[in-house]
Design a protein around this ligand. Sequence first.
Ligand code: ADP
Length: 288
Amino acid sequence: MTLVIKIGGAAGVATESILNDLAHYRSMPEADRRLVLVHGGSDLTNELAGELGREIRTLTSPGGMTSRYTDRETLRIYAMAVAGQINTELVAQLQQHDINALGLAGVDGRLLLARRKSAIRALTPDGRMRIVRDDYTGQIEQVNVHLLNMLLDAGYLPVVAPLALGHEGERLNVDGDRAAAAIACALGADELVIATNVPGLLRDPSDSSTLIHQIEAERLDEYTIYAQGRMCKKLLGAREALAGGVRRIRIGNAPLTALLRGEGTTISAAEVGRNLEVAIAAVAGGRE
Ligand code: ADP
């Protein structure tokens, strides 16, 4: 069994308690030993950018998807935040829990290869649709699964910073949720857990009592209307993970063990499997 966990980078993500819980989970006899952690870095990047006097800018695609406008200078700040600070901090914290974590940015060992579009059409911060040529964001095309398997087989817990290697050897900003989904697909993971700062997908983002507990994979599109901003990326990651064979995606801010038990939002292909099993059992029963 393989489990991929994404820890969000926004304020309010209870990282310390997630790591404590991860250590507890690893000590359970039935726990998955093959674990990969992927993390974000949105808040720290914003904080560092602010300290360095850089404006935080967002690009909106013609389809309405938003992403950080990552010009060269912002990429430097992003790399400092995710690979320099957050990754090393998580690894050190896991080591404190006696978990042999090993930090990697996606560029290490060609772990994540991505494509950068040299020109994209986007709504810029000044509200105009224009061609942007200096954005260093990438779409993941390949995961070095051999490297991950080597580390997992040797007993390490890989901790991955969402930076990928581009076709021209450049570093690229990649979305953490989608990076986690790509890794989960490549590893043939059973589940992808997206730990964030909200209880899950909410019908009303300002009201945590509107949590959607369960979504069947084939009905996921009906629920995308509820997602705004960054939640869209999580659902996109979930869709990519399902398409790549991951059977269950959990989104929420509960302890890991609680998320695995179904707290938060579970997007699941399991119903298909279960319905199929029921159908097969019924056919088999009919024949008897
Ligand atoms: P992370 O850093 O964990 O990746 P983000 O802040 O990027 O988290 O994404 C989660 C955010 O998505 C929430 O803080 C919330 O503001 C926003 N959001 C938008 N729509 C929804 C929704 N329907 N349900 C829950 N959260 C939503």
